[in-house]
Design a protein. Structure first.
Length: 118
């Protein structure tokens, strides 16, 4: 069975790039472009892993991660923050709210896939 990945990214070109490349790697990929839509997608699809941007419309990736961690039915879903916010304090904050990993843009697709499989 393929792992189900939910990509939460508001920049369409990046979202499409991720969906295409992750599909080629054998993952089943769903996408969402904002925080409100993402929470609905998580509830409906129960992904095996979430890749999320920090800067999203409506609900930030940080707040969304906090919400996922606060709910018993979603707290164990691995979350990788994939964001342009690369300062040390940003990385620490992302990890502190519950992200399992933190990858900054621009990113290497092969490294991202390796982190997802780790």
């Amino acid at each position: 069975m393929c792992a189900k990945i939910l990509v939460i990214e508001d920049e369409e070109p990046i979202s499409q790039l991720l969906a295409y490349n992750l599909s080629k790697e054998g993952f089943t990929v769903a996408t969402s472009s904002d925080g409100d839509e993402a929470m609905i997608a998580v509830d409906e699809s129960r992904p095996d892993l979430v890749l999320m941007d920090w800067m999203l419309p409506n609900v930030s990736g940080i707040e969304l991660c906090r919400q996922l961690r606060s709910r018993s039915e979603t707290r164990d879903i691995p979350v990788i923050m994939l964001t342009a916010r690369g300062e040390e304090e940003d990385r620490v904050r992302g990890l502190d709210v519950g992200a399992d990993d933190y990858v900054t843009k621009p990113f290497s697709m092969s490294e991202l896939v390796a982190r997802m499989r780790a």
